[in-house]
Design a protein around this ligand. Structure first.
Ligand code: SAM
Length: 264
């Protein structure tokens, strides 16, 4: 269903909204239009460097499925680096923006509108790598949905394929009450992204843009070890976790964890 709403709608008790399908209603046009201000492509490219490109090349990957395309940042970086990329997302609003962003940079995106839980209904091919980046997996509120989505990612990978999935370091926020820094993914200067509410099943973040425009995302706070366990349980044989873009890290330090889950 295409979301044509102008405003986000969380109802009378926003803290009650813990629903996997709600991402569609959260990524309204006005928020999607602001998203690139939040992530600032140039500064994001600078902070990530060639981390993902190197990882994918080390894995021998050529054909990549970006399941959380968003506004297209990683799809475009990978196309530029010579990978064969298919760009999927469950939000048609996001996919439209991604296509437009890629066109501006002289690339044509091959897009697929697909919800992860039924990915293989819409994606009929095999990939060397699936990427799910930018703290996207956190949108799944139910464990069944998380298992189903991972099983769908697994099924679209070749026998020696790899899944690269990142997540915000929610452990640090849940356990130590520290506010994460925003120097990696939220690179925009004028944007404040803060956790407005945190409990074991809800991370409600507030995104403030200049002009007092405010948006929210209600997400599930994935703990790192839980995520690693799920990846193993759906069948991935080896899971390596990086902190931000490094292999060694102090537990409370990174803003993000990046899991590299290998099928073989
Ligand atoms: N990867 C992009 C980035 O880093 O800028 C986008 C990240 S954005 C936080 C999360 C994306 O995941 C959104 O584009 C949203 O539509 C998509 N998404 C969330 N839940 C989904 C689901 N169940 N199926 C497919 N896409 C989903």
């Amino acid at each position: 269903m295409i979301n044509t709403a102008v405003k986000q709608e969380f109802g009378s008790n926003p803290l009650k909204v813990r629903d996997t399908n709600h991402y569609q209603a959260e990524y309204v046009h006005s928020f999607v239009d602001k998203w690139d201000q939040l992530i600032d492509w140039d500064r994001r490219a600078e902070s990530e460097g060639d981390f993902f490109i190197r990882l994918l090349k080390e894995q021998g990957a050529k054909k990549v499925l970006d399941v959380a395309t968003g506004t297209g940042f990683h799809s475009v970086q990978l196309l530029k680096a010579g990978f064969e990329v298919t760009s999927a997302d469950g939000s048609p609003v996001m996919l439209g923006k991604a296509f437009e962003n890629a066109r501006k940079r002289n690339h044509i995106l091959r897009t697929v509108h697909a919800d992860w839980r039924w990915l293989n209904r819409d994606v009929h091919d095999y990939y060397d790598a699936v990427i799910c980046l930018g703290n996207s997996f956190t949108h799944l509120h139910d464990e069944n949905d998380r298992r189903k989505a991972l099983a769908e990612f697994y099924a679209t990978l070749r026998h020696d394929g790899v899944l690269i999935l990142d997540q915000r370091n929610y452990d640090a926020i849940l356990d130590h009450q520290i506010e994460p820094r925003h120097n990696f993914y939220y690179c925009g200067d004028n944007v404040r992204a803060t956790p407005e509410h945190m409990d074991e099943s809800l991370a409600r973040f507030r995104y403030e843009f200049p002009g007092e425009e405010v948006f929210h995302l209600n997400m599930f706070p994935l703990r790192k070890q839980y995520m690693q366990r799920l990846l193993h349980e759906v069948g991935f044989q080896r899971v390596t976790t990086y902190g931000d873009f490094k292999e060694t890290y102090r537990e409370s330090e990174p803003d993000y964890f990046i899991h590299v889950a290998e099928k073989r």
